[in-house]
Design a binder for this molecule. Structure first.
Ligand code: C2E
Ligand code: CA
Ligand code: CA
Ligand code: CA
Length: 280
């Protein structure tokens, strides 16, 4: 999908000029977004399927463009990757997630882990572990409350380097998760080779879970079965209905995430939501 996104601007079509002009403007504005304080974080809970308790929340970045309003991450993250600004955005997200953990230290959210998404480009940086360590020290938080999600794309290439990086993060007591599992170049072998604590099943499979005759059910069942056998925590993302949740329960999925429970929320609203439903 990422490749397609890039090619879109190279193929000639009547809308090209406007589209590439928007890309050009967005990319130049992206470079200034951090210093202009236009980025913010929203948080979406992951819930234990059996107990209904919230174990962690995923931090998702939002960009409010001064002229065009909210730009979805699916649009600006690929643009940020193209111009290398993604490293700065990921660092900003990491820093602010750690600050949030520090802020929650003294309230009911004190045991809730925050997961941040690292882009593949960022994950393969030589100094990544040092950078994470610095953030932990700067904010003085408990490392077990930090989780890093990476997609399979980050696993392509230098296998030994990636395994070493994952091990170093785990030595720091950080939780590491494999995101969007089942899409792209997915291999079941990844679960054996790389030392992940959690695997997240991509929402594309979850959305087809209740549709008759779909292969997704068998795929989800296999991933959960395998993860359970390998003692890897398994999370289903994009759960929108009670029917989907019920199937996941039957299949012994550990955790779920999705609009059925709650949309990603700004910190104050999240706190209010969780308090109201006594999920903490
Ligand atoms: P992701 O990491 O797979 O995040 C899950 C996406 O699914 C989020 O979209 C979330 O809002 C959405 N979602 C949650 N529940 C449901 C549901 O029940 N149904 C449906 N249809 N969608 C649901 P969002 O926030 O727009 O982010 C899209 C993608 O952008 C993320 O996918 C991630 O790849 C990237 N992204 C977001 N924040 C960051 C970030 O801070 N850093 C990096 N590097 N990438 C980010
Ligand atoms: Ca994610
Ligand atoms: Ca995902
Ligand atoms: Ca995704």
């Amino acid at each position: 999908a990422k490749e397609q996104g890039k090619n879109k601007y190279k193929v000639f079509h009547s809308g090209m000029n406007i589209e590439s002009y928007r890309t050009f403007l967005l990319q130049s504005d992206l470079r200034k977004a951090i210093e202009r304080d236009e980025l913010s974080l929203v948080f979406q809970p992951k819930i234990n399927v059996q107990t209904g308790k919230v174990s962690s929340v995923e931090a998702l970045v939002r960009w409010k463009h001064p002229k065009w309003g909210m730009i979805p991450p699916n649009e600006f993250i690929p643009l940020a990757e193209e111009i290398g600004v993604i490293m700065d955005i990921d660092k900003w997200v990491l820093h602010n997630a750690c600050k949030q953990i520090a802020q929650w230290k003294n309230n009911e959210l004190s045991s809730i882990r925050i997961a941040v998404n690292f882009s593949a480009q960022h994950f393969i940086q030589q100094n990544l572990v040092t950078e994470v360590k610095e953030q932990l020290e700067m904010t003085n938080i408990d490392p077990t409350l930090l989780e890093i999600e990476i997609t399979e794309t980050a696993l392509l290439g230098n296998e030994d380097f990636i395994i070493t990086t994952l091990r170093k993060l785990k030595e720091l007591n950080i939780h590491v998760s494999l995101d969007d599992f089942g899409t792209g170049y997915s291999s079941l072998n990844y679960l054996r080779v790389f030392p992940f604590d959690t695997v997240k099943i991509d929402k594309a499979f979850i959305q087809e879970l209740t549709q008759q005759g779909e292969k997704s059910h068998a795929i989800v069942e296999s991933i959960i079965y395998l993860a359970n056998k390998l003692a890897i925590n398994v999370v289903a993302e994009g759960v929108e209905t009670i029917e989907q949740l019920n199937i996941l329960k039957e299949l012994y999925c550990n955790e779920y995430q999705g609009y059925h429970f709650c949309r990603p929320l700004p910190p104050a609203e999240l706190f209010e939501f969780l308090e109201k439903y006594e999920k903490i």
